[in-house]
Design a protein around this ligand. Sequence first.
Ligand SMILES: NC(=O)c1ccc[n+]([C@@H]2O[C@H](COP(=O)([O-])OP(=O)(O)OC[C@H]3O[C@@H](n4cnc5c(N)ncnc54)[C@H](O)[C@@H]3O)[C@@H](O)[C@H]2O)c1
Length: 412
Amino acid sequence: MSILVLGADGYLGWALTCRLAATVGEPIIAVDDLSKRRRVRERDSESAIPILSFDARMALLRQVTARTDLAGIEAGVLDCVEELVREHRPRAIVHLAQIPSAPFSMMSLAAARETIENNEVGNMAVLFAIRDHSPATHLVKMGSMGEYLGCGVPLGEGDVEAVLDGEPASCRIPFPRSADDVYHITKINDTNFIAMACRVWGLASTDVMQSIVYGTRTALWLKDPRLATRFDCDPVWGSVLNRFVAQAMSGTPLTVHGGGTASTGLISLTDSVAALAHWIARPAAPGEHRVINQTTETRITVLEIAQLVQRIARERGIEVELSDVHDPRHERGRQSRKGPARNLRLRESGIPTISLEQGIRYLMSDLAAHRDGLGAASLLADVDWASGVPMAEANTAADSSADYPLTMSNSS
Ligand SMILES: NC(=O)c1ccc[n+]([C@@H]2O[C@H](COP(=O)([O-])OP(=O)(O)OC[C@H]3O[C@@H](n4cnc5c(N)ncnc54)[C@H](O)[C@@H]3O)[C@@H](O)[C@H]2O)c1
């Protein structure tokens, strides 16, 4: 039996592939179409931490782990998943091969369509391949905490008990899902299709509602730094905390959009990957759609994240300002209605977690050696989400006193 990792060249995928190679005896088939590298290059950006080519990093991984059963395949999900599942009948498939950017998905019809087709059709291809060729395979799929509707109560873990007009529902119902960008809507649709596949076809799936991931550390980082995973800090591909730390380390003000009232969850890369390995080792049952809220910080506002980064940067002698001039998502004055996320399954798993403060300190020290690559952290946002107008124009119209151009961050 083997483990198939789709999206293995990405930020999470490479960290997971290294962890599995170091800890699990089964053969690993690592698949990626390298589209992330292309999309990032198209925006004149690149991973702030240098990474080897996919072939070279797979070869190095084989060498460092002394394994010959680690295969790297450069292919798109649609082109290869049916054949791979038929041929190998893997014990588990980890599906991470999606376009993960809310800002990208809001740029233009072309980008929205690319996100919808890549994410939703790719997910369907994985589900049909399992149904038709290997129904016992356990699917571990990366969803997003951003799927949930903020409605003033804690975010249930997938489903909740419901009462309407005093009548209790006869079964648990899905926690309401709603999103304000195309990318997160593709995630919601994926969840619906996976739930259907479990109910109707009897598939087994762990559907991970992943909060924003931050950090750099991978299982084999210390053995060979060339096994680093990618690190994006530009406005389209970088996520909020990674960007704030990159901005701090490059002496750029932290761009707190709309006053930072939006709230989110956070988890370190190490903890996220450890949790994925845990779910792979303990599969869902046939027919089970097991939803995990994968977050360690269950509710924190963007302003609180920025203030924490500012304080920890000060410990290193770095003074950074916060800039809340711009508001590409039109969030100013809107209080977040997101309650804290329930994360019972993650807590019960006993996976060790690092504190947010410690995680930020690690990230700062890891980025210190890569200051030259952090220029993308200060790049400008492209598009105002409501109007589609380039940010410079939108901001001039909204606030003529703007003295520092704000950037857009990804709230995966
Ligand atoms: N990073 C986060 O903070 C975060 C938070 C929540 C959810 N997620 C989800 O986790 C998953 C991985 O995220 P990431 O941050 O590692 O993203 P990433 O872009 O770094 O990795 C995705 C990888 O998949 C590949 N890929 C995309 N489409 C493909 C296709 N059709 N065929 C083959 N390969 C393809 C890309 O080349 C890339 O290497 C995504 O589904 C994302 O939505 C990430």
